[in-house]
Design a protein around this ligand. Sequence first.
Ligand code: 99T
Length: 205
Amino acid sequence: MTLHFSPTSPYVRKVMILLRETGQLDSVTLAPAMGTPVDPGTMPLGVNPLGKIPALERPDGCTLYDSRVITRYLATLAKDGPDVYPDGPALWEVLTLEATADGILDAAILMRYETALREPAQQSTAWIEGQWAKIARALDALESRWMAHLSGPLCMGQIAVGCALGYLDFRHGARNWRDGRPALAAWFQGFAARPSMQATEPPAA
Ligand code: 99T
């Protein structure tokens, strides 16, 4: 399989961590891609019309995107490691936690594109702060409601939260997301020490 990839993409990182945690790293070849909404660059437009990564080309089926589809698929192939999408009622918690983390990422990337891709005069402070408000509310929900789940067996929700918090450090460090969220900060300190997280750290910005 070919994974269209960038080392700075937190969505790709979710996939890479799952591959490592389930012993499937050798099943993919990485194809580097770069691009943005205003310049698709080397994005794999031929296999993902949305021009986004990750995208997973398979020899025996359609190319998969987005990251949640890819991780769900790869979890079905896993022979080793944890069941990151458990059966039963816990599945709905895992999927909601994953959606919360992906929502943090979606807002954080919209903020990033607004400041990195638009001229200062075109940028909307209200829009940027509106995106940050979504992130702040989601982080507060993690701190107040999700700590027991985050401390449980490894699941895709935890992996997604780890990637989201890592991305906030990578692109939005000045926002100090740890302030007022000691439990989440402590959890991330431990989670970030996992070998799969260490091996997928984004390169210095
Ligand atoms: O939007 C574009 O045109 C290009 N952007 C991407 O491909 C980003 C790379 S993160 N990926 C996504 O937006 C995927 C989102 C999708 N819902 C999923 O796969 O889950 C780049 C971040 C950075 O470099 O700062």
